[in-house]
Design a protein around this ligand. Structure first.
Ligand SMILES: Nc1ncnc2c1ncn2[C@@H]1O[C@H](COP(=O)(O)OP(=O)(O)OP(=O)(O)O)[C@@H](O)[C@H]1O
Length: 275
Protein backbone atom coordinates (compact mmCIF):
# COMPACT_ATOMS: atom_id res chain seq x y z
CA UNK A 1 0.00 0.00 0.00
CA UNK A 2 1.12 3.53 -0.65
CA UNK A 3 2.08 5.75 2.28
CA UNK A 4 -1.19 7.33 3.53
CA UNK A 5 0.72 10.38 4.81
CA UNK A 6 1.38 11.26 1.18
CA UNK A 7 -2.38 11.48 0.60
CA UNK A 8 -3.59 13.31 3.70
CA UNK A 9 -6.90 14.23 2.04
CA UNK A 10 -7.74 10.60 1.19
CA UNK A 11 -9.48 8.86 4.13
CA UNK A 12 -8.09 5.44 5.03
CA UNK A 13 -10.01 2.66 3.35
CA UNK A 14 -11.91 -0.06 5.20
CA UNK A 15 -11.75 -2.26 2.13
CA UNK A 16 -9.39 -1.85 -0.75
CA UNK A 17 -9.25 -4.34 -3.60
CA UNK A 18 -6.54 -4.00 -6.20
CA UNK A 19 -6.56 -5.74 -9.57
CA UNK A 20 -8.46 -8.77 -8.26
CA UNK A 21 -8.80 -11.76 -10.55
CA UNK A 22 -11.02 -14.72 -9.75
CA UNK A 23 -11.37 -17.92 -11.76
CA UNK A 24 -14.16 -20.43 -11.16
CA UNK A 25 -14.07 -23.89 -12.72
CA UNK A 26 -11.31 -22.89 -15.11
CA UNK A 27 -12.99 -19.71 -16.34
CA UNK A 28 -11.75 -16.27 -15.35
CA UNK A 29 -14.78 -14.38 -13.97
CA UNK A 30 -13.08 -11.22 -12.66
CA UNK A 31 -10.40 -9.67 -14.84
CA UNK A 32 -8.64 -7.29 -12.46
CA UNK A 33 -11.23 -5.50 -10.33
CA UNK A 34 -10.24 -2.61 -8.07
CA UNK A 35 -12.50 -0.89 -5.54
CA UNK A 36 -12.20 0.94 -2.26
CA UNK A 37 -14.62 2.07 0.43
CA UNK A 38 -13.81 4.32 3.36
CA UNK A 39 -15.38 4.95 6.75
CA UNK A 40 -18.78 6.58 6.40
CA UNK A 41 -18.91 5.88 2.68
CA UNK A 42 -21.64 3.91 0.91
CA UNK A 43 -20.46 2.34 -2.35
CA UNK A 44 -22.99 0.68 -4.65
CA UNK A 45 -21.67 -2.19 -6.77
CA UNK A 46 -23.82 -2.39 -9.84
CA UNK A 47 -23.94 -4.21 -13.17
CA UNK A 48 -26.02 -6.61 -15.21
CA UNK A 49 -26.74 -10.23 -14.34
CA UNK A 50 -23.60 -12.34 -14.41
CA UNK A 51 -21.24 -9.34 -14.47
CA UNK A 52 -19.40 -10.67 -11.40
CA UNK A 53 -20.80 -8.63 -8.50
CA UNK A 54 -21.46 -11.56 -6.16
CA UNK A 55 -18.20 -13.26 -7.11
CA UNK A 56 -16.35 -10.09 -6.21
CA UNK A 57 -17.93 -9.67 -2.78
CA UNK A 58 -17.47 -13.39 -2.16
CA UNK A 59 -13.78 -12.85 -2.92
CA UNK A 60 -13.65 -10.05 -0.37
CA UNK A 61 -15.24 -12.16 2.37
CA UNK A 62 -13.08 -15.17 1.52
CA UNK A 63 -15.85 -17.40 0.16
CA UNK A 64 -13.97 -17.80 -3.15
CA UNK A 65 -10.19 -17.66 -3.58
CA UNK A 66 -8.64 -14.86 -5.58
CA UNK A 67 -6.17 -15.90 -8.28
CA UNK A 68 -4.19 -12.64 -8.16
CA UNK A 69 -4.41 -9.10 -6.92
CA UNK A 70 -4.77 -7.97 -3.32
CA UNK A 71 -7.52 -7.26 -0.82
CA UNK A 72 -6.90 -5.14 2.28
CA UNK A 73 -9.43 -4.93 5.10
CA UNK A 74 -9.10 -2.28 7.79
CA UNK A 75 -5.66 -1.43 6.43
CA UNK A 76 -4.23 -4.97 6.56
CA UNK A 77 -4.19 -7.84 4.06
CA UNK A 78 -7.49 -9.75 4.30
CA UNK A 79 -7.22 -12.75 6.61
CA UNK A 80 -9.69 -14.79 8.68
CA UNK A 81 -9.24 -12.50 11.70
CA UNK A 82 -9.82 -9.30 9.75
CA UNK A 83 -12.74 -10.88 7.88
CA UNK A 84 -14.34 -11.80 11.22
CA UNK A 85 -14.75 -8.07 11.84
CA UNK A 86 -16.97 -7.33 8.88
CA UNK A 87 -20.71 -7.79 8.51
CA UNK A 88 -21.83 -9.71 5.44
CA UNK A 89 -25.26 -10.56 4.11
CA UNK A 90 -25.03 -12.90 1.12
CA UNK A 91 -27.47 -12.93 -1.74
CA UNK A 92 -30.76 -14.80 -1.47
CA UNK A 93 -30.22 -17.35 1.23
CA UNK A 94 -32.85 -18.62 3.58
CA UNK A 95 -32.24 -17.66 7.17
CA UNK A 96 -32.89 -21.02 8.76
CA UNK A 97 -31.54 -23.47 6.20
CA UNK A 98 -34.21 -25.96 7.26
CA UNK A 99 -33.29 -25.73 10.95
CA UNK A 100 -35.94 -24.44 13.32
CA UNK A 101 -34.73 -21.22 14.95
CA UNK A 102 -36.39 -18.02 16.08
CA UNK A 103 -35.47 -14.68 14.59
CA UNK A 104 -33.79 -13.57 17.80
CA UNK A 105 -31.72 -16.77 17.90
CA UNK A 106 -30.59 -16.18 14.33
CA UNK A 107 -29.59 -12.61 15.14
CA UNK A 108 -27.87 -13.61 18.39
CA UNK A 109 -25.87 -16.22 16.47
CA UNK A 110 -24.32 -13.29 14.62
CA UNK A 111 -22.41 -12.50 17.81
CA UNK A 112 -20.75 -15.90 17.94
CA UNK A 113 -17.32 -15.74 16.46
CA UNK A 114 -17.26 -11.96 16.62
CA UNK A 115 -13.91 -10.81 17.90
CA UNK A 116 -15.04 -7.45 19.12
CA UNK A 117 -17.74 -8.48 21.56
CA UNK A 118 -17.89 -6.08 24.48
CA UNK A 119 -16.86 -7.16 27.96
CA UNK A 120 -14.89 -10.26 27.10
CA UNK A 121 -11.52 -8.86 26.20
CA UNK A 122 -8.84 -11.32 27.17
CA UNK A 123 -11.24 -14.17 27.84
CA UNK A 124 -10.42 -17.55 26.37
CA UNK A 125 -14.10 -17.79 25.63
CA UNK A 126 -14.08 -14.60 23.62
CA UNK A 127 -16.01 -15.22 20.42
CA UNK A 128 -17.17 -18.67 21.49
CA UNK A 129 -20.08 -17.60 23.66
CA UNK A 130 -22.39 -14.66 23.09
CA UNK A 131 -21.77 -11.58 25.26
CA UNK A 132 -24.00 -11.10 28.32
CA UNK A 133 -26.03 -8.41 26.58
CA UNK A 134 -26.51 -10.49 23.43
CA UNK A 135 -30.30 -10.62 23.57
CA UNK A 136 -30.66 -6.89 24.16
CA UNK A 137 -28.31 -6.20 21.25
CA UNK A 138 -30.18 -8.68 19.06
CA UNK A 139 -33.48 -7.00 19.91
CA UNK A 140 -32.02 -3.59 19.05
CA UNK A 141 -30.74 -4.93 15.73
CA UNK A 142 -34.15 -6.40 14.92
CA UNK A 143 -35.77 -3.08 15.85
CA UNK A 144 -33.40 -1.21 13.54
CA UNK A 145 -34.75 -3.35 10.71
CA UNK A 146 -38.33 -2.83 11.85
CA UNK A 147 -38.88 -6.48 12.71
CA UNK A 148 -38.66 -6.53 16.51
CA UNK A 149 -42.16 -8.02 16.59
CA UNK A 150 -40.86 -11.08 14.72
CA UNK A 151 -38.29 -11.90 17.42
CA UNK A 152 -39.95 -15.09 18.61
CA UNK A 153 -41.15 -16.29 15.24
CA UNK A 154 -39.63 -19.31 13.52
CA UNK A 155 -37.60 -17.84 10.66
CA UNK A 156 -38.38 -20.75 8.35
CA UNK A 157 -42.00 -19.58 8.47
CA UNK A 158 -41.24 -15.95 7.66
CA UNK A 159 -41.60 -14.49 4.18
CA UNK A 160 -38.50 -14.06 2.03
CA UNK A 161 -38.43 -10.32 2.66
CA UNK A 162 -38.83 -10.79 6.42
CA UNK A 163 -36.02 -13.36 6.43
CA UNK A 164 -33.83 -10.92 4.54
CA UNK A 165 -34.41 -8.27 7.20
CA UNK A 166 -33.57 -10.74 9.97
CA UNK A 167 -30.32 -11.57 8.15
CA UNK A 168 -29.42 -7.92 7.82
CA UNK A 169 -30.10 -7.56 11.57
CA UNK A 170 -27.76 -10.53 12.11
CA UNK A 171 -24.99 -8.67 10.29
CA UNK A 172 -25.74 -5.40 12.12
CA UNK A 173 -25.70 -6.92 15.61
CA UNK A 174 -21.92 -7.19 15.44
CA UNK A 175 -21.72 -3.44 14.97
CA UNK A 176 -19.27 -3.92 12.12
CA UNK A 177 -17.17 -1.04 10.83
CA UNK A 178 -17.63 -2.47 7.35
CA UNK A 179 -20.88 -3.91 6.07
CA UNK A 180 -21.12 -5.87 2.82
CA UNK A 181 -24.61 -6.49 1.51
CA UNK A 182 -25.39 -8.49 -1.63
CA UNK A 183 -28.72 -7.30 -2.99
CA UNK A 184 -30.26 -6.62 0.43
CA UNK A 185 -33.40 -5.17 -1.09
CA UNK A 186 -34.30 -8.26 -3.11
CA UNK A 187 -37.79 -9.32 -2.08
CA UNK A 188 -38.12 -6.51 0.48
CA UNK A 189 -41.24 -4.34 0.25
CA UNK A 190 -40.98 -0.60 -0.34
CA UNK A 191 -41.89 0.37 3.24
CA UNK A 192 -39.11 -1.85 4.58
CA UNK A 193 -36.70 -0.49 1.99
CA UNK A 194 -37.38 3.03 3.24
CA UNK A 195 -36.87 1.86 6.85
CA UNK A 196 -33.58 0.24 5.86
CA UNK A 197 -32.52 3.44 4.08
CA UNK A 198 -32.93 5.26 7.42
CA UNK A 199 -30.83 2.62 9.17
CA UNK A 200 -28.20 2.96 6.47
CA UNK A 201 -28.13 6.72 6.99
CA UNK A 202 -27.51 6.24 10.73
CA UNK A 203 -24.77 3.68 10.10
CA UNK A 204 -23.13 6.06 7.69
CA UNK A 205 -23.25 8.87 10.25
CA UNK A 206 -21.59 6.50 12.72
CA UNK A 207 -18.72 6.04 10.25
CA UNK A 208 -19.60 2.55 9.05
CA UNK A 209 -18.38 1.82 5.52
CA UNK A 210 -20.91 0.02 3.35
CA UNK A 211 -20.46 -1.90 0.11
CA UNK A 212 -23.84 -2.82 -1.29
CA UNK A 213 -24.67 -4.80 -4.43
CA UNK A 214 -27.71 -3.27 -6.07
CA UNK A 215 -29.60 -3.54 -9.31
CA UNK A 216 -31.44 -0.29 -8.72
CA UNK A 217 -30.43 2.56 -6.43
CA UNK A 218 -34.07 2.78 -5.36
CA UNK A 219 -34.78 3.79 -1.76
CA UNK A 220 -31.05 3.83 -0.92
CA UNK A 221 -30.17 6.38 -3.61
CA UNK A 222 -29.69 9.42 -1.39
CA UNK A 223 -27.18 7.64 0.84
CA UNK A 224 -24.96 6.31 -1.93
CA UNK A 225 -21.72 8.18 -2.38
CA UNK A 226 -20.23 6.27 -5.25
CA UNK A 227 -21.26 3.66 -7.81
CA UNK A 228 -18.88 1.07 -9.20
CA UNK A 229 -20.17 -0.70 -12.28
CA UNK A 230 -19.02 -4.12 -13.38
CA UNK A 231 -19.42 -5.40 -16.90
CA UNK A 232 -18.23 -8.90 -17.77
CA UNK A 233 -15.83 -8.96 -14.84
CA UNK A 234 -14.30 -5.52 -15.44
CA UNK A 235 -14.97 -2.16 -13.79
CA UNK A 236 -16.43 0.12 -16.44
CA UNK A 237 -17.43 3.00 -14.17
CA UNK A 238 -16.39 4.28 -10.75
CA UNK A 239 -17.80 7.63 -9.76
CA UNK A 240 -20.77 9.73 -8.85
CA UNK A 241 -23.89 7.57 -8.52
CA UNK A 242 -26.41 7.96 -11.28
CA UNK A 243 -29.62 9.72 -10.32
CA UNK A 244 -32.80 7.74 -10.89
CA UNK A 245 -31.02 5.16 -12.97
CA UNK A 246 -30.58 1.52 -12.26
CA UNK A 247 -29.38 -1.52 -14.06
CA UNK A 248 -31.49 -0.58 -17.08
CA UNK A 249 -28.97 2.11 -17.92
CA UNK A 250 -26.04 -0.27 -17.94
CA UNK A 251 -24.55 -1.57 -21.15
CA UNK A 252 -24.84 -5.20 -20.11
CA UNK A 253 -28.58 -4.94 -19.59
CA UNK A 254 -30.83 -7.04 -21.80
CA UNK A 255 -33.20 -4.56 -23.43
CA UNK A 256 -35.83 -7.03 -24.58
CA UNK A 257 -38.64 -5.66 -22.47
CA UNK A 258 -40.14 -2.20 -22.99
CA UNK A 259 -39.41 0.53 -20.45
CA UNK A 260 -38.91 4.27 -20.34
CA UNK A 261 -35.35 4.59 -19.04
CA UNK A 262 -33.02 6.93 -20.93
CA UNK A 263 -31.01 5.21 -23.70
CA UNK A 264 -27.38 4.28 -23.11
CA UNK A 265 -25.15 6.88 -24.69
CA UNK A 266 -22.82 6.09 -27.56
CA UNK A 267 -19.02 6.14 -27.36
CA UNK A 268 -18.47 4.02 -24.27
CA UNK A 269 -20.19 6.41 -21.88
CA UNK A 270 -22.36 4.53 -19.46
CA UNK A 271 -24.91 7.27 -19.07
CA UNK A 272 -24.18 7.11 -15.38
CA UNK A 273 -22.78 10.57 -14.83
CA UNK A 274 -24.61 12.90 -12.51
CA UNK A 275 -27.02 15.49 -13.89
N1 LIG B 1 -19.40 -21.49 -8.69
C1 LIG B 1 -19.31 -21.06 -9.96
N2 LIG B 1 -18.70 -21.81 -10.91
C2 LIG B 1 -18.59 -21.38 -12.17
N3 LIG B 1 -19.04 -20.19 -12.60
C3 LIG B 1 -19.66 -19.41 -11.71
C4 LIG B 1 -19.84 -19.79 -10.35
N4 LIG B 1 -20.48 -18.80 -9.70
C5 LIG B 1 -20.71 -17.85 -10.62
N5 LIG B 1 -20.23 -18.20 -11.82
C6 LIG B 1 -20.29 -17.41 -13.05
O1 LIG B 1 -19.62 -16.19 -12.80
C7 LIG B 1 -20.28 -15.13 -13.51
C8 LIG B 1 -20.58 -14.02 -12.54
O2 LIG B 1 -21.57 -14.46 -11.61
P1 LIG B 1 -22.01 -13.59 -10.39
O3 LIG B 1 -23.01 -14.38 -9.60
O4 LIG B 1 -20.81 -13.08 -9.71
O5 LIG B 1 -22.72 -12.38 -11.13
P2 LIG B 1 -23.65 -11.22 -10.56
O6 LIG B 1 -23.18 -9.96 -11.19
O7 LIG B 1 -23.68 -11.27 -9.08
O8 LIG B 1 -25.06 -11.62 -11.17
P3 LIG B 1 -26.58 -11.39 -10.64
O9 LIG B 1 -26.89 -9.93 -10.84
O10 LIG B 1 -27.38 -12.24 -11.54
O11 LIG B 1 -26.64 -11.83 -9.21
C9 LIG B 1 -21.50 -15.74 -14.19
O12 LIG B 1 -21.18 -16.00 -15.54
C10 LIG B 1 -21.70 -17.03 -13.43
O13 LIG B 1 -22.27 -18.00 -14.26
Amino acid sequence: MSDPSLHADVPPSLVEARDVRVSLQGTEILHGVSLRASAGEVVALMGGNGSGKSTFVRGIVGAVPIASGAIDLFGSPAAPLTRARLGYVPQRITAAGGVSATAIEVVTSGLLGARETAGRTGSRLRGLVPPHDARARARAALASMGVEDLAKRDVSRLSGGQQQRVLIARALVREPRLLILDEPMAGVDLQSQVAFAHTLGHLKEDGVGILVVLHELGALARHIDRAVVLEQGCVTYDGVPPKDLGVHALPGHDHEHPHTDPPVREGGSLGLEGP
